[in-house]
Write a protein that binds this ligand. Structure first.
Ligand code: FEO
Length: 183
């Protein structure tokens, strides 16, 4: 009786291993977790800077963005665990503390999001090469999310640039940014 249970357990284990994502994909997702956590850190740093400069609305917007990035990291984190894969958390790089202007904060944001988009696309290329359908579905969500993230950063940057020489309009934009709520 005992040996049947052992055999069943062994079969289950074999099946789990067969279902598991590749070591390469596991490593790539762990690296992406780190990038998402860095994104969260970066936006938190921007939030603090903005608030200290008197842009309270932008500070709120960035704090919500930081939370969202943490959520992105957790989506990958959960996925690795559900796949029976190892989560390996690496050190998070220190973000800058100083920014030139509110426009430069959103310029940096857009630049960073474009970088993240390229990393997500690399993950998708890997998933397709490995015929890893489960990872592909997860990454698909991020492909769509990145389109939104880039679009919103570009839109805000455009508005701020137009208002740079008119403090009243800039203040109104900042007030608008402060309306952002966590999803
Ligand atoms: Fe999670 Fe803004 O990329």
């Amino acid at each position: 009786m005992e040996s049947v249970t052992d055999a069943e357990r062994a079969t289950k284990q074999q099946k789990k291993e067969a279902d598991m994502i590749s070591k390469k994909m596991q490593k790539a997702i762990n690296e992406q977790i780190n990038r998402e956590l860095y994104s969260s850190y970066l936006y938190l740093a921007m939030s603090a800077w903005a608030e200290l400069q008197g842009y309270k609305g932008a500070g709120t917007w960035m704090a919500v963005q930081a939370q969202e990035e943490n959520g992105h990291a957790m989506k990958f984190f959960r996925y690795l665990l559900d796949q029976g894969a190892t989560v390996e958390l690496a050190a998070i790089q220190k973000p800058p503390t100083e920014f030139k202007s509110l426009a430069s904060v959103f310029e940096e944001t857009l630049k960073h999001e474009k970088f993240v988009t390229s990393c997500i696309h690399d993950l998708m290329t890997l998933a397709k090469a490995e015929k890893d359908y489960a990872s592909e579905i997860l990454i698909q969500w991020f492909v769509t999310e990145q389109v939104e993230e880039e679009a919103s950063a570009a839109e805000i940057l455009g508005q701020i640039k137009m208002a740079e020489r008119s403090p009243g309009v800039l203040l109104a934009i900042d007030r608008g940014l402060g309306q952002r709520k966590a999803d």
